[in-house]
Write a protein that binds this ligand. Structure first.
Ligand code: G
Ligand code: G
Ligand code: MN
Ligand code: NA
Length: 250
């Protein structure tokens, strides 16, 4: 309860910030998208986001995150032109998806910031949409608006390839756990290979997450991955360097 009250005060005092992590093309490492990630001092979002989900503050915090990310994206487009990212992604929790009026908030935010829906990616977890229901309807409505839908951490939650048939997914974010063990040419490499075949076959965009080494980037490229994210290419920062010069896959 104390953390909840502190978060309420922090939101009013403007103490939350966003950082942005590059999602780059392989093999050249040029920034294509950015993922927005919330920060609050030294506390981890892995701790405070679940608290905000339980006490309901995620709704207001989530609206602030969405508005801030969209406004930042539009400002980058104006400032960087062709070197600005093509898309920005925002993580959305199960609670937000289930909130009545969420889709309207997204539509109003896009209109208010002057951002075209196709530039936005909403990242949801498999678990959030697994049970169907209101969360899936919200995702369908967002997709109809022209917003891109990404399935985050794919392969770690309630993974089902059936989800790709019932939920309108545009981007599959292949979890770090598969990337970590690629070089061992074992199970993880087999799954990473299967997932790129599925995404290519379905016309989806695959993003490999948690790429930390040049060797992983090179292996992913050889498997057919064309987009990657991870510390090797850039950590989440307030302002990535949009200069068209990337960290090559090696
Ligand atoms: O940024 P970091 O890797 O520490 O994030 C830890 C967890 O918090 C991840 O699961 C991430 O998806 C989640 N997270 C980070 N930023 C946001 C956000 O803006 N909204 C939501 N709902 N979750 C976030
Ligand atoms: O759940 P989600 O994928 O949204 O969470 C993203 C989290 O992963 C963020 O907290 C981000 O800081 C973290 N992250 C991004 N790239 C890497 C990486 O290369 N290695 C590790 N360990 N974490 C990463
Ligand atoms: Mn994410
Ligand atoms: Na992820």
């Amino acid at each position: 309860a104390r953390l909840g009250a502190e978060m309420r005060a922090a939101l009013d005092a403007g103490q939350f910030t966003l950082v942005y992590q590059p999602i780059v093309s392989l093999p050249d490492g040029e920034i294509r998208y950015v993922e927005s990630l919330v920060r609050w001092g030294r506390s981890s979002p892995a701790v405070f986001i679940p608290v905000a989900e339980r006490n309901g503050l995620i709704v207001e915090l989530g609206e602030w995150i969405l508005r801030t990310a969209c406004a930042q994206f539009v400002a980058w487009q104006a400032a960087y032109g062709e070197f600005a990212p093509e898309r920005i992604s925002v993580n959305v929790s199960a609670r937000q998806l289930a909130e009545p009026g969420f889709v309207e908030v997204v539509a109003d935010t896009l209109a208010g910031t002057g951002m075209a829906p196709g530039h936005l990616i909403v990242e949801v977890t498999e678990t959030a949409v697994f049970g169907g229901g209101v969360a899936v309807r919200a995702v369908e409505e967002l997709h109809e608006l022209g917003v891109n839908i990404a399935l985050d951490d794919f392969g770690t939650g309630h993974s089902s390839l059936g989800l790709l048939q019932t939920v309108p997914v545009d981007v599959l974010k292949v979890d770090k756990s598969f990337v970590d063990n690629l070089a061992m040419a074992g199970r993880h490499a087999v799954i990473a290979t299967a997932l790129i075949q599925v995404t290519d076959g379905l016309g989806l965009t695959a993003v490999a997450e948690g790429v930390e080494t040049a060797e992983q980037a090179r292996s992913l490229y050889e498997l057919g991955y064309r987009l990657a994210q991870g510390y090797h290419f850039g950590r989440p920062v307030p302002e990535p360097a949009f200069n068209g010069i990337g960290v090559a896959a090696g």
